[in-house]
Design a protein around this ligand. Structure first.
Ligand SMILES: [Zn+2]
Ligand SMILES: [Zn+2]
Length: 151
């Protein structure tokens, strides 16, 4: 049986993954990134750094990493999503602004307790937990208030 893939390191040594120069550049970039990103963001920060990686390579590699559960996709709205490396994620949820698409992390302190409680109670085998809360960020709230005052 194949070794389970839990990190980029595992992925690099996996037989089912063919590492190319472009992919390696992307993996290295993701190992240092702590924010939420999409393919376009990644493309622009990589093209500032030197050796160019083509857009299709970035799109394909992100899809692949998602399939290996090394990055998680955060859907903001239709056709709009961001990625986040699973390893850095820890236990945090996301506040997502529906107006500007900003993502704010918040920590979910007792998620571990919750996990074990739920598992016991429902006899459920837990996979990933993803908490997304939609709403309006502070600056968008200010903007709507201001426009209301103006009318
Ligand atoms: Zn906003
Ligand atoms: Zn996050």
């Amino acid at each position: 049986m194949q070794k389970e893939i839990n990190s980029f390191k595992d992925l690099r040594s996996s037989k089912s993954f063919k590492n190319t120069r472009g992919r390696e550049i992307i993996l290295r970039e993701l190992e240092t990134r702590r924010d939420h990103f999409n393919a376009e963001k990644l493309y622009s920060s990589l093209s500032h750094k030197g050796p160019r990686v083509s857009r299709p390579t970035i799109y394909r590699t992100l899809k692949l990493l998602e399939r290996f559960h090394l990055i998680e996709r955060l859907d903001i709205k239709k056709n709009c999503f961001y990625y986040e490396p699973v390893l850095h994620k820890g236990d945090h949820g996301h506040l997502i602004c529906e107006a500007c698409g900003k993502i704010i992390d918040f920590s979910i302190g007792n998620l571990k307790t919750l996990k074990s409680m739920v598992v016991k109670e429902k006899g459920f085998r837990l996979g990933d937990i993803s908490i997304r809360v939609f709403g309006l960020c502070e600056s968008c709230q200010r903007a709507t208030k201001a426009s209301r005052r103006a009318t």
